[in-house]
Design a protein around this ligand. Structure first.
Ligand code: SF4
Length: 241
């Protein structure tokens, strides 16, 4: 990935992919949660597990306590772990969630954190033990409605196959690349990530179902267009520095 200035063609390409996905799947209206704090809980619990398991864990939690920082922090860790069992790694996740709740309360909760500028809030999230870049960005985008582009394995796979990325770029480089090419638009970033996840899970899987793909006509991946396959430009150039 170079450091040259991103182009209008790159922006058009990303928006074209977005609109194709949106037309194919419709708006997803993420995140599936009742409150911003529940988004944070879900983002922490979804690490290394399927979302259906997180839903089961959150349903069990809701059956016992309100999903808020005071209630979760006040539970005995063993009891919380038992409630979180469906999410996997439940002992680790119980400790991780309680550490997050303690930090959240110490920082003034939603009011204190909402007052922080996005870069500072991202730094705060990353300083909480167990919160990595993807989790932090899920929380920034879906709980705090900040224009941060969430990158995950599906993003990397789909856009590498589309010829937009090399695929081995680091997380921060990819995030900054998408943010440099697209306008800082919370609604766009919200839908785009949700559609990428849906497409990566259902169609552009490890073994892709190219015959069923709405992006097939512009995808140079070998299985996508058979003998007509050809590289698609532009590849994303990376953010301005
Ligand atoms: S055509 Fe195939 S490789 Fe390309 S994005 Fe669609 S599923 Fe993925």
């Amino acid at each position: 990935m170079g450091a040259r200035k991103s182009t209008g063609a790159e922006r058009s390409r990303l928006l074209s992919v977005f609109h194709s996905l949106l037309a194919a799947y419709g708006p997803q209206r993420w995140w599936p949660a009742e409150t911003p704090f529940e988004v944070m809980v879900g983002a922490i619990l979804t690490q290394n597990t399927a979302w259906t398991n997180v839903e089961r864990a959150i349903a069990r939690l809701k059956g016992h306590v309100p999903v808020d920082a005071e209630a979760i922090a006040g539970l005995p860790t063993e009891s919380l772990a038992e409630l979180l069992r469906p999410a996997g790694y439940f002992n680790v996740k119980a400790r991780r969630l309680q550490r997050f709740c303690a930090a959240y309360l110490a920082a003034g909760g939603a009011e204190g954190l909402s007052a922080m500028e996005t870069g500072a809030l991202r730094g705060w999230l990353l300083a909480v033990h167990g919160v990595g870049p993807e989790t932090a960005d899920d929380i920034l985008l879906y709980a705090f409605e900040r224009p941060v582009f969430v990158v995950d394995a599906y993003t990397r796979r789909i856009f590498a196959r589309l010829g937009c990325l090399r695929g081995e770029e680091g997380y921060e480089a990819l995030r900054r690349t998408f943010e440099a090419v697209l306008d800082p638009d919370v609604a766009l970033f919200n839908e785009y990530h949700a559609l990428i996840v849906l497409h990566g899970k259902g169609v552009c899987r490890a073994r892709p179902s190219c015959d069923a793909c709405c992006l097939r006509g512009s995808c140079p991946y070998p299985d996508a267009s058979g003998p007509k396959a050809r590289p698609v430009r532009p590849r994303l150039s990376g953010p301005r520095r």
